[in-house]
Design a protein around this ligand. Structure first.
Ligand SMILES: [Fe+2]
Ligand SMILES: [Fe+2]
Length: 473
């Protein structure tokens, strides 16, 4: 069970006074950050119907209550330990998992934890203005659920920094509250987390694709030889699943509404626009953008860092136990590469291709979601389909960055790219249009904005017209 101390936890925090004091010192700074950088306009006078973990086993999630956002019970929850857990991959395969950080891997582990930790508050900052444009109270509540859990994920990483990295860890924990998304001088570490997310189409694509990168990173960290890191990330994954649910079903509902409007108006994008819907091409452009940004988050295709993380047992592959070979010393990855813009293939030692292995897993996971979206188009009798762009399309990191490819992966010249990028990626006109249809938030229980269909069911079996976010008089 989770204790109900000032900082809820299942790590016996009160048994470690030094750590408890350090975290109690960090807590007010966190709350200050939340008030300044968290959901704008929903801090003091709104009660939100939120799910809070009261224990870390599966039924620990069944607890829902109305809370003010700053009063959410952020805390430190680790998945239950696996007894006699052994290292599952790399050069130390089969040796006991570590309960402390080995000195020789300290810097690498700190870097992994800080990079993961930085994404959590970043996404809260990116999404802070969405409340004032929400399509319904149901969606508003989901946004806030995602936000508080990302806040808690920051707590999870800060707990590791404070517990295992001494002075450096404490400094890093402070820095995590000082960088801000999109800030010119002190931006967030990874590029996708500096992009604005200021309309709900971006939000749903972000939670579908960028939170899913979170899933692949967390899955690979949950294999780590550092047992506290493995247990922390394992519990974070249970929260992450809801974020992807929000993204996937959000787009499903937009597609449903778009299909209805296409049927009603005669089947042209212009007609969908005329009645305030979001046409399929615009949806595809946003998909292209967030998918390619999220591919970048997996890092360079050929990476000695990735090889070293794997060799040292710090970061494995998603579902490491589904592989036969856990040391991967001889295997080769047949990789598509790019020599001065010319495509070729190269045999890369598998350990150096670990980022690519994880990216492949990620692409497969995304593909499943896109197939589910296409079922909607099929049900409505349309032949149009959404698709994932090629891995080479619009990349900012890795061997394909600096070259231009169309969404099918064919090389295109810089001129053609300039001429056609408006077909492939969201344009300023798209953003203006989305802003215009989201200008008025929908706060009436049971009502939904015109561009999105209602969900199939409410949260925790509540009706759709339940007042998921209450305004205090
Ligand atoms: Fe997260
Ligand atoms: Fe997330």
């Amino acid at each position: 069970m989770i204790s109900s101390e000032r900082i809820p936890n299942n790590v016996d925090l009160s048994g470690d006074k030094r750590l408890q004091r350090a975290l109690e010192h960090w807590q007010p700074r966190y709350l200050e950050w939340w008030r300044d950088m968290g959901p704008e306009g929903f801090q003091d006078h709104h009660q939100v119907y939120l799910r809070t973990a009261i224990s870390v086993d599966p039924d620990g999630w069944a607890h829902f209550e109305f809370v003010k956002l700053p009063d959410y019970r952020w805390g430190i929850f680790l998945a239950e330990p696996v007894s006699d857990r052994a290292i599952g991959f790399g050069d130390s395969l089969g040796k006991p998992a570590w309960q402390e950080v080995p000195g020789e891997f300290r810097n690498q582990l700190r870097r992994l934890i800080v990079t993961q930790g930085d994404t959590e508050p970043a996404s809260v900052e990116q999404q802070r203005q969405l409340g004032a444009k929400c399509p319904s109270l149901y969606d508003l509540r989901n946004l806030f659920q995602v936000n508080v859990e990302e806040g808690r994920h920051l707590w999870a990483m800060v707990y590791l920094l404070h517990s295992y990295f001494g002075r450096d860890g404490r400094d890093e924990a402070e820095e995590l509250l000082m960088r801000t998304s999109g800030n010119r001088d002190k931006p967030r570490i990874l590029e996708a987390f500096n992009e604005p997310v200021d309309n709900w189409l971006d939000f749903f694509m972000f939670t579908m694709f960028t939170d899913r990168d979170g899933k692949s990173q967390l899955m690979s960290l949950s294999e780590s030889a550092l047992d506290p890191l493995a247990r922390t990330t394992r519990f974070m994954l249970t929260e992450e699943a809801h974020h992807m649910f929000v993204g996937e079903t959000g787009i499903t509902r937009i597609l449903e509404r778009t299909c209805q409007l296409l049927k009603e108006t005669g089947g042209l994008s212009e007609d969908v626009h005329r009645v305030g819907g979001i046409d399929l091409e615009m949806i595809q452009r946003h998909l292209n953008f967030w998918f390619s940004r999220s591919l970048d988050l997996h890092g360079s295709e050929i990476s000695s860092n990735a090889a070293s993380y794997f060799a040292n047992g710090l970061k494995g592959r998603a579902r490491e136990d589904s592989f036969d070979d856990h040391t991967v010393t001889d295997a080769i990855y047949d990789m598509e590469t790019c020599d001065d813009g010319r495509l070729s293939r190269q045999e890369v030692p598998m350990r150096n291709a670990m980022n690519e292995v994880l990216r492949d897993w990620y692409v497969g996971d995304c593909q499943g979601g896109v197939q589910r979206w296409n079922k909607i188009l099929e049900q409505y009798g349309f032949s149009d389909r959404l698709y994932l762009p090629d891995k080479k399309f619009s990349r900012g990191i890795g061997i394909f960055s600096g070259f231009h490819f169309d969404p099918q992966g064919h090389p295109v010249s810089a001129e053609e790219w300039e001429r056609r990028k408006g077909e492939w990626l969201p344009s300023a006109a798209d953003k203006d249009y989305l802003k215009s249809i989201m200008a008025e938030p929908v706060y009436e229980p049971g009502k939904f904005a015109n561009y999105i269909a209602p969900p199939r069911r409410g949260i925790n079996r509540q009706p759709l017209d339940f007042e998921y976010v209450r305004t205090e008089a």
